[in-house]
Ligand binder design. Structure first.
Ligand code: SF4
Length: 178
């Protein structure tokens, strides 16, 4: 996928939205297997340098509430999402500790509307998003600041999973594009 990403970027076509990407692919006669994934990786690549140059104090990471342990989680839903109490029964706690140590604000969100509410309230300069690929592709069409995203390793409505090492790598360095 990275060769295709480099080719698309080098052609200088409008890749700002999924619709624009689809048009570019149609003109070039290309049919990638997963356009949402291509769109996500493209945005990660385009935004990576800008993202790295913004201090973590000005960044937010959004984690999906479905990462919580549905049977054991003790987090309560507050004004800005679920308030993790670090019980250690899911990866939220580990990622949150790493992110906060770096300077990020961390939010565990129940959905897209909460993301936009938090963005309006805290006005970050860049964001990291963890979600299923469909949610990420939708959010990337709306968010106008540098983003880095990580797709869930196992999606669904409950007890999802993510590669925590990958998320922590993104927090520190931006997403890998290979
Ligand atoms: S670590 Fe946090 S989010 Fe995960 S189950 Fe415990 S309280 Fe809930």
């Amino acid at each position: 996928m990275s060769k295709l990403i480099q080719r698309l970027i080098s052609l200088g076509v409008d890749l700002s939205t999924k619709k624009a990407l689809k048009s570019a692919l149609r003109i070039l006669g290309l049919k990638p297997d997963n356009i949402d994934k291509l769109y996500m990786e493209l945005k990660n690549d385009i935004h990576k340098d800008e993202f790295r140059n913004i201090h973590p104090n000005e960044k937010i990471i959004f984690l999906p509430q479905c990462l919580r342990n549905s049977k054991k989680c003790r987090a309560k839903l507050g004004k800005f999402g679920y308030e993790c109490v670090d019980c250690g029964n899911c990866k939220v706690s580990m990622i949150k500790k790493e992110a906060e140590a770096l300077g990020y604000r961390v939010f565990v969100v129940p959905g897209g509307s909460m993301v936009y509410k938090i963005m309006k309230e805290f006005r970050p300069k860049a964001v990291v998003g963890v979600a299923c690929i469909k949610e990420l592709a939708m959010a990337l069409d709306e968010v106008r600041i540098p983003t880095q995203t990580v797709e869930l390793a196992r999606d669904g409505c409950l007890d999802t999973d993510v590669d925590a090492d990958e998320v922590i790598h993104v927090l520190k360095n931006g997403a890998k594009t290979t």
